[in-house]
Every structure is written in structure tokens, then in C-alpha cells.
Design a protein around this ligand. Structure first.
Ligand SMILES: Nc1nc2c(ncn2[C@@H]2O[C@H](COP(=O)(O)OP(=O)(O)O)[C@@H](O)[C@H]2O)c(=O)[nH]1
Ligand SMILES: [Mg+2]
Length: 262
């Protein structure tokens, strides 16, 4: 692996100023069935990297045995923690993990591991190059989608992209659940995020652009997985509400980025 992946501490064997180099956050709501294989695959990949890593599952008020299932995996070679998040919604769960992280870099992926763990290497390469916001994308050159979403989701996605073109700017895929950050940048973006549901990525991207953070998209392989927690009608309606609120809040969210950073 490229030496740029290593933190200065790892390269020189000095005491680390951060608990680890990369922390991966997994938002989880009632994921007792999908989470275990994901955690195991991630832990196997992370433990082969020449840097220190950790996994943090955010248990988003699950009523099943999500937290217990993580406890059983605790000996998988990479430190794994479970953090509770009583505020519902994927955005709230991801924000909880991002703000809690003290790693050098922090990223998140969905509990179904729709993008294989190997893509972490591509993200690390870009973080090592100095990018502050690194966005996994199903829509840039080189991306592959071996298993596509059902037609209704694809239609919803097309409508979403049409409605959000202005907000997303140059980012072709705002919704892929595979994003990485330099952790100080993540803290700036997530500390007072207002969107708690599935639309949070858009707010993050709008904030990143307003803050002038360096941002890049990279192609991923993404396969639709069984057991999606997204309910097209209930969550679709919520997404429309969130978009409306985001649209109205945007001038405030993006107007004083320097103060927000303080
Ligand atoms: N639906 C839903 N998912 C949540 C919530 N909090 C965290 N999540 C997680 O967000 C991720 C959403 O991914 P997934 O269900 O695969 O949705 P899809 O890939 O868009 O179909 C999963 O890891 C969920 O467990 C929540 O409140 N609702
Ligand atoms: Mg999924």
C-alpha cells in the first residue's frame, strides 16, 4: 500500500495524536439481519490496511437486536463500538458518528455494504492526496451498478436529481451511502446539520461548497441489496418535505460558513 495512506505517526512510529487513522461509521436502524456480514467484511478489509482503523455502529433506536449483534462481533480484529442515537433518521445517525469521531479521517457506509469494502482504498488514496470531502459515486466515469434498484426507486432518483440540480452543483450522485471526510471538515459539516433524514447528504454537500472545502467524487461499484430500509411512499414523502425545508433554510445554512466553522 502507498505510503501516503499512513499518518505521520504511523510512518515514524510516534505517538498518535488521534485515536486512529480511519473510522468508519455505519448507521443502523433495525439491521440485525444485514449488519453482521457487513461488519465482518469491513473488519476483514480494514485489518489488512497499513493504518489504524475502527468501526462505529450507530444504533438508531432499533427495536430489534442490532446492538447485541454488534457485541457478538466485537472480536473481529478491528475495534468496534456501538453508539446510540435517539434522534431518528439516517442523517441524524450519520451526524452522530461523524461528530463523535476523533480519527484523522472518518467515513460512512450503509449497513448493507452495497459498495464493496475494497472501495475504501480508493477513498483513502484521495484523502491521502489532501481532499477534504470524498464522495463515492454511481454516476461518474468508471462506476458500475451490477444490480440496479427497482424501477420505482430509479424513477424517484431521477425526480430527486431533477429537483436538486442547483443544490448538488457539480456532484453527480449525492445519495450514494459511501462518503469520507477529513475529520475536522466532517465536524464543520455535521455539527449543526438540520436535515436528519435521507436528504442529509445534500445539505452536507451544500455546506461543503459554501465552506470552500475541497470535494471530489470517485466511481464505485454499487449493487442494490435486499432489505432496504427505505419505504418508497412514507420515506419518499418525507424526502419531499426535507427538500422543501432545506430549500428554505439554505440561505441561512450557507450564508456564514466562516462563523459556522468557529
Ligand atoms: N430507513 C432508515 N434507515 C436508517 C435510519 N437510521 C439509520 N438508517 C440506516 O441508513 C441506511 C440506509 O440504507 P438502506 O436501508 O440500504 O437504503 P437504500 O440503500 O437507500 O435502499 C441503513 O444502514 C439503515 O440502517 C432510519 O431512521 N431510517
Ligand atoms: Mg441499501
Amino acid at each position: 500500500m502507498d505510503a501516503r495512506f499512513l499518518s505521520p505517526a504511523a510512518e515514524h512510529g510516534l505517538a498518535r495524536t488521534t485515536p486512529c487513522d480511519l473510522e468508519l461509521v455505519i448507521p443502523a436502524y433495525n439491521e440485525e439481519r444485514r449488519l453482521a456480514p457487513t461488519v465482518l467484511a469491513l473488519a476483514e478489509h480494514l485489518s489488512g490496511l497499513p493504518l489504524t482503523t475502527a468501526l462505529r455502529v450507530i444504533d438508531n433506536g432499533s427495536s430489534d437486536r442490532t446492538a447485541e449483534c454488534v457485541d457478538r462481533l466485537a472480536a473481529s480484529g478491528v475495534p468496534i463500538s456501538v453508539t446510540g442515537c435517539s434522534r431518528r433518521g439516517k442523517g441524524a445517525a450519520v451526524a452522530r458518528g461523524m461528530v463523535a469521531s476523533r480519527a484523522r479521517w472518518v467515513g460512512f457506509c450503509d449497513a448493507d455494504l452495497a459498495t464493496p469494502a475494497a472501495a475504501i482504498d480508493d477513498a483513502l488514496r484521495l484523502l491521502g492526496d489532501g481532499w477534504e470531502v470524498v464522495i463515492g459515486s454511481r454516476r461518474c466515469a468508471g462506476a458500475r451498478i451490477p444490480v440496479r434498484q427497482p424501477p420505482l426507486r430509479r424513477l424517484g432518483g431521477a425526480g430527486f436529481r431533477l429537483l436538486t440540480r442547483k443544490l448538488s452543483g457539480p456532484v453527480k450522485d449525492t445519495q450514494c451511502g459511501f462518503k469520507f471526510f477529513e475529520t475536522r471538515a466532517a465536524h464543520r459539516l455535521f455539527a449543526d446539520i438540520t436535515t436528519t433524514g435521507f436528504t442529509f447528504d445534500l445539505e452536507v454537500i451544500a455546506r461543503a461548497r459554501a465552506h470552500g472545502l475541497s470535494l471530489t467524487e470517485f466511481p464505485v461499484v454499487w449493487s442494490d441489496q435486499q432489505g432496504s430500509s427505505f419505504r418508497p411512499f412514507a420515506d419518499g414523502r418525507r424526502v419531499v418535505g426535507e427538500l422543501w425545508r432545506l430549500h428554505r433554510a439554505l440561505p441561512r445554512i450557507t450564508s456564514h460558513p466562516a462563523e459556522a466553522a468557529a
